[in-house]
Design a protein around this ligand. Structure first.
Ligand code: HEC
Length: 115
């Protein structure tokens, strides 16, 4: 029993170090982040209003030219700032890391739409 607990602890410790987050500013795996952003886009039900690519509400084309990263974050966190009364306020709902991945995905979508 004790041995088993020891194994669990060892396992947990190793897992913990592997999962350590990269310090901000490190690029990491961009494709992976975009893929995660795509999952988040569905998890937070963005697609229920915007469709798969923003074809229903709004327009995601060239988002990178229309919003800086911090503007886009502010928009998603509080659409009321942009006089959007329909979209839910996501402040406190989506954490910072997820928001970054989501934004990468939106930019990625927008690039695809521009050509
Ligand atoms: C309840 C419906 C609804 C949901 C859910 C929703 N949105 Fe929106 N969103 C809107 C509406 C309506 C607009 C404004 C469209 C317009 O101005 O033409 C908008 C606008 C936007 C814009 C700005 C588009 C532009 O061209 O300026 C972005 C970016 C955006 N939403 C992202 C998201 C993301 C990311 C999520 C999920 C986290 C989300 N939205 C969830 C309804 C929604």
């Amino acid at each position: 029993m004790h041995l088993f607990a020891g194994f669990l602890l060892l396992f947990y410790t190793i897992g913990g170090t592997n999962n350590q987050q990269k310090p901000p500013g490190e690029t990491g795996d961009k494709e992976g982040k975009i893929a995660k952003g795509k999952v988040l886009y569905e998890t937070f039900a963005c697609h229920s209003c915007h469709g798969k690519k923003g074809e229903i509400e709004g327009d995601f084309s060239n988002l990178n030219l229309r919003y800086t990263e911090s503007e886009l974050k502010a928009y998603i966190q509080n659409p009321r700032l942009y006089d959007n009364k329909q979209m839910p306020v996501y402040e406190g709902v989506i954490n910072e890391t997820d928001l970054n991945d989501l934004i990468l995905y939106l930019y990625h979508l927008g690039e695809g739409l521009s050509d």
